[in-house]
Design a protein around this ligand. Sequence first.
Ligand SMILES: [Ca+2]
Length: 440
Amino acid sequence: MKPVSWCWLSSAVLAAFSLLVAGNNETEEIKDERIRDSCPVRLESSGKCEEGGECPYQVSLPPLTIQLPRQFSRIEEVFKEVQNLKEMVNTLKKSCQDCKLQADDSRAPGRNGLLSPSPGSLGEADDNRVQELESEVNKLSSDLKNAKEEIDLLQGRLEKLNLVNMNNIESYVDSKVANLTSAVNSLDGKCSSKCPIQEEIQSRPVQHLIYKDCSDYHTIGKRSSEIYRVTPDPKNSSFEVFCDMETMGGGWTVLQARLDGSTNFTRMWRDYKVGFGNLRREFWLGNDKIHLLTKSKDMILRIDLEDFNGVKLYALYDQFYVANEFLRYRLHVGNYNGTAGDALHFSKHYNHDMKFFTTPDRDNDRYPSGNCGLYYSSGWWFDACLSANLNGKYYHQKYRGVRNGIFWGTWPGISEAQPGGYKSSFKEAKMMIRPKHFKP
Ligand SMILES: [Ca+2]
């Protein structure tokens, strides 16, 4: 019974195995090989049969190989993937740990010297910084102060240089004007003697359509002291002047007149520039016009004065020229002659020659602490400040206080102390010019 059952068992196992193999659609070769290599099931006696007893049998089975379905092979892939995933997770985990460490690092105070110091040291450092900034500000402000002082110093030097340059320019212009004037005069002389044609032209009336000053009107026979129109410079427009055709033979162009106080002479730069007043009474002709008149020809200046005692004196200057506005109407006056004294060159300290024109609103004087024009209420070629001022206030009698009346420092007795500090003034004053070479 038992061997049969073993055999059956073997057959059943084989059948099952065959079924498994048949279930698998493997290739025929594998099946053939398996059949070839497989061992048959063997049932054999162990050879140690007991007398009258049963012999033990043993079953030898061939090595068992179970073919798993193909899908099972994916397990390996899955396993590999799981392995990969595991590695990835580990990597991530590690990097996450690193991250955390870095994050902790960045929170840690005082690392690498780049991070914020602790609150305690923060305040201290701020204080130090504030102190540093304060000392820097102090240093800068002291530097600025020094710079300002230097600038002031340089400005002072610059002003001096400007003055020096201005003097040079003016001297240059003056010398050129003098040269040109003498050249023109010499040409005039040549023409009158050696150029008959020119002489003919000169004799025509058209030649005197332009009257440069009052002497030209005198030349054509005008003898009444009147208002005439003159054109000292053809490039500039003509203007009216009052001509004195009586004093010293006439031909005088009047620049200034005082006789009754009807015109206020306390005026600003603009008024002195263009002129003001009434040509028939009191007036200032105007610095621009005076410049043009004295520029066109060499002029002489005559000053006539009369005090309230009826004393009449005069001062004559052989040279008189007033520069243009750019040169602040600088006065050039020289070669005094006359009876009133040379008040324009009173002394080394009171000298009006070569001085700029100053008005109450334009300080060009040599008095450093103030404006002479403002103090003495007029426009004039102030030094620091004056030994003459023909544009002072008109007083009808002696006056007290600041000597701001019409003043001529060389007038006899004018500087003598008056009882009660009274000062003398003038009843009349007049300034007029005529060409140096004019022969009435
Ligand atoms: Ca001054």
